[in-house]
Design a protein around this ligand. Sequence first.
Ligand SMILES: [Zn+2]
Length: 395
Amino acid sequence: MSGRETIGLILVVGVSAGGAAWVAHRASGGDEPAPSPPPASLEPSHPGGGGRVPLGGWEAGDPLDPMAAERSEWNREAIAALEAGELERGVELLERCHAGAPDHAVFAANLAEALARLARREHEEPESRPRAVERLARAVGLAPGRDDLARLLERWRREAEAERGFWTDESDHFLLRYDGERGELLNRGHYLLLNDLEAAYQDFGELFGRFFVEQGRPKVEVLLYRREEFSELTGIGHWAGGVFDGKVRIPIEDLDRERKALTGVLRHELLHAFVKEVGGRGVPGWLNEGLAQWVEASFLDDRGARVRRAREKLVGAELFTLTELAGSLASWRDEERIARAYAQSLAFVAYLEHHYGERLVIELVEGYSADRDAATTFLERTGVGLDAVLDDFAD
Ligand SMILES: [Zn+2]
């Protein structure tokens, strides 16, 4: 399950001489934290946090401060650098602005935002994670009103605490991490898991035509927890198979006994990782969860039976609209509705695959990387409206 992000608008308001230019931009990167875990589901999303906020421009006009004009120029350059993804450069420029005018609210807010963006990038790689936490802590200090950053910092610290003493096994595309004291318990099983993961990476790479680690993206982190730790960290109960929140997190007790099912779960969560890399964060819940369950069931040679059971679950109940299933199912609270939402997602994706082919389902995901939603892609490729197909499916 992956969190859905808030997407903001590109917006430029009122740039006037001597006035303030406010440049808002596309916001992304903010897994909105769920207030509390849902009562139960196959797999609720994990709380994230730390959305983007607009950066403020500043046109200085203070004749008593000869450096003011320069700071205003640095601030402008910093915004351009941040928009271009040159985060270190943006931070450096804003550090200068803030150092020269520490009471200036716009500079402090911009610096906090810049630090947070850089921290998020650094946090993707385990070795730069301690630095990322420090940076984010500084951002929180600069912007005490940013609850999103404070929550993200809290989560990062909790994760770091839970992963203290974790051992890392590395393969071509994965970092498998688990409590070093459990090496015996896992009994060489981690090598088997890495093999399973590598096989899944190859399969999905071919399915999507995308091998993202080869294209420079970080390796996928897979963390194994004891059930109790997993529940504590994620707030999710014993029924959960795993989560994907940028990292794959899996509870595991007895690898020998659980391996087959576990590999199915790993495939499910890894599919979410591919969906994120290929389609970005906008891919709707029904498509993401439908595909993930689809590949999991395929691996377990259980697809026909699972799709049948999913359809049975839908009999007699009104189907959800695709809009209702667009977001993360994590914000849902009703256990029975969550189960039905997952069932409908699987059954509908299976229906699309059966009638229109697997390739088209993958193209629906790919479309999101170019801001084309599933309905648009589907209409272009088939001449049919997706809602009409849902009506046919309902019959
Ligand atoms: Zn899922």
